[in-house]
Design a protein around this ligand. Sequence first.
Ligand code: SF4
Length: 173
Amino acid sequence: MRRILFENLARRPLTEAPPPKDDAALAELAASVDRAARRRLGRSLSIREVDAGSCNGCELEIHALNNAFYDLERFGLRFVASPRHADVLLVTGPVTRNMREALERTYNATPDPKWVVAVGDCARDGGIFAGSYAVAGGVSQVVPVDLHIGGCPPSPLQLLKGLLALLEQKPDR
Ligand code: SF4
């Protein structure tokens, strides 16, 4: 017990270094997404996340957008609990057969204009889960996809860049 105590006192902390107080790149990127959303929608962007069967690795990165490190809400971007309040569906994972209908219903419940962003390599074509008896396929095999953000998992900055590209490149509809 004493040995463990001394070891722990001598060991360096295992936690990551704190983020810089003001991450200029993140702030600029998030502000650009918010400006683009206001241009396109007249307000800030609302995002509904749908886990269609992921391993939760992509969720950890998506959740990170809301944590104290990234704190996206300070830029006006927010996650909403209902698809009826959403502009963007962020869909992760391969779509499992159990989640197929839930994803279709979520898509149908989201008002136009809406965008679907498939997040992660699994969302493209099933990724490492492709071919499983439990998997229906990639997101585009179930609902129309406007943008795919690759990675396993994509980082929060990649997610933000993807949202910005989506808002700036798609024509109005
Ligand atoms: S892309 Fe990677 S992190 Fe995301 S659900 Fe698939 S295996 Fe998990």
